[in-house]
Design a protein around this ligand. Structure first.
Ligand code: FAS
Ligand code: PHB
Length: 395
């Protein structure tokens, strides 16, 4: 039987970032991850980091490559039916910017720093179970190579994503949940081609939404809105490029460099919030507690803000005995979660085509675009949410 202070379930960005911060603060922790490290790195996910997220990665000692290879973006772009507009994020957010640096690279950097620091991560941990989570002696059991193990701990951080075991370990009658499922998904394509524009371009079009993003100056990431009934078998890279050219501004379509797909996949879009983010000795962080449509580039960044609050709380508990602050975790996280859920929902409604929408709805959507992209108040609203709202202090 092993003893640790914080048992972390999941080695995605939430678990690894929390683990690295705790280790640097001298708080003992063990991460249990269901998959292999290579599998975790194979998942193509987010691409945009808020400044607060980048600062936390630096505080965790894992920011060197991000600062060297990440691309600072002081603006982002929108188009409606091919009409292209630049939004100066720095001007309308009071001087802030975002960093384009893939979640895969963040995860890789955190894995490497954890290994250097001698942090314990058990990959391919099967059958993870949480026990006595509302007692003073919680513990976790799991199997590795078919051998049973037990970890006794003070607290359990559920960083195991939407399909993880931690949220499901909280009594169902204690869970307060909200969900909205959108009638479409995003078909993503990664290619080793130069990005079509030097900033991200969010394109609203009557054929459907498209997003032009990137990972570097030689690697592009594109998305197309597809019906929720669509499957990857209906698509090949040529069909993808042809449809993308129809939805982006004509001058961009002309200069688009196409190439073989390194990866193509469809992600469903949903908004989900579990307001029970702390129960007994269990804390939920990141996708274990909330899911947002990627339209607002908030998923990874919201996970990082949960980590920031949880980390500050654990330091207060272990250094000053401040268990009275435990209820503040859920209060602070939910205030930020719902603002990010609102922004991600609004960006999704603002930019996507709804089959159920009629001519009137499309004209109202056009007026919404026209107002937000041309008014000072509209540009400020988009910019300050997109670059990320400030973190709230624990006390
Ligand atoms: P994660 O899901 O990343 O990590 C959870 C980890 O827990 C996984 O490694 C999993 O294997 C492990 N786990 C699960 N169950 C377990 C168990 N029982 N025992 C042990 N381990 C277990 N966000 C954006 O901002 N922009 C995007 O473009 C974007 N695209 C996305 C595309 C897809 C297909 C998905 C699913 C998400 C996307 N997201 C995007 C959101 C995504 O980036 C998440 O916000 C981010 O991965 C959250 O990180 P974690 O909370 O660590 O959860
Ligand atoms: C990405 O590059 O994967 C990306 C960027 C911004 C978003 C969503 C996805 O809003």
């Amino acid at each position: 039987m092993t003893k640790t202070q914080v048992a972390i379930i999941g080695a995605g960005p939430s678990g690894l970032l929390l683990g690295q911060l705790l280790t640097k603060a001298g708080i003992d922790n063990i991460i249990l991850e269901r998959k292999s490290g290579d599998y975790v790195l194979s998942r193509i996910r987010a691409g945009v980091l808020e400044q607060g997220t980048a600062d936390l990665i630096r505080e965790a000692g894992a920011g060197a490559r991000m600062d060297k290879e990440g691309i600072i973006h002081t603006g982002t772009d929108f188009s409606f039916q091919g009409e292209h507009h630049h939004l100066d994020l720095e001007k309308y957010s009071g001087g802030k910017h975002v960093i384009v640096y893939g979640q895969t690279e963040v995860t890789r950097d955190l894995m490497e720093e954890r290994e250097k620091a001698g942090g314990v991560t058990v990959y391919e941990a099967d059958n993870v179970k949480l026990h006595d989570i509302d007692s003073d002696n919680p513990y976790v059991t799991y199997h590795h190579n078919d051998e049973p193990f037990r970890i006794d701990c003070d607290y359990i951080a559920g960083c195991d994503g939407f399909h993880g075991v931690t949220r499901k370990s909280i009594p169902h009658d204690k869970l307060v949940e909200y969900e909205k499922v959108y009638p479409f998904g995003w078909l993503g394509l990664m290619s080793d081609t130069p990005p079509v524009h030097d900033e991200l371009v969010y394109c609203a079009h009557e054929r459907g939404f498209a997003l032009c993003s990137m990972r570097s100056e030689t690697r592009s990431r594109y998305y197309l809105q597809v019906p929720d009934t669509d499957t990857i078998d209906n698509w090949d890279e040529d069909k993808f490029w042809d449809e993308l050219k129809r939805r982006i501004p004509p001058e961009m379509a002309e200069r688009l460099v196409t190439g073989p797909a390194l990866e193509m996949s469809i992600a469903p879009l949903r908004s989900y919030v579990c307001e029970t983010m702390q129960y007994g000795k269990v804390f939920l962080l990141g996708d274990a507690a909330h899911i947002v449509p990627p339209t607002g580039a908030k998923g990874l960044n919201l996970a990082a803000s949960d980590v920031e609050t949880a980390f500050r709380l654990f330091v207060k508990i272990y250094n000053e005995g401040r268990t009275d602050l435990i209820p503040r975790y859920q209060e602070i996280c939910l205030a930020r979660v719902w603002k990010a859920v609102r922004f991600s929902w609004w960006m999704t409604m603002f930019l996507h085509r709804f089959e159920s929408a009629g001519r009137f709805d499309f004209r109202v959507q056009q007026a919404e675009f026209d107002y937000f992209i041309h008014s000072e108040a509209g540009k400020t609203t988009i910019a300050e949410n997109y670059v990320g709202l400030p973190f709230e202090a624990l006390e």
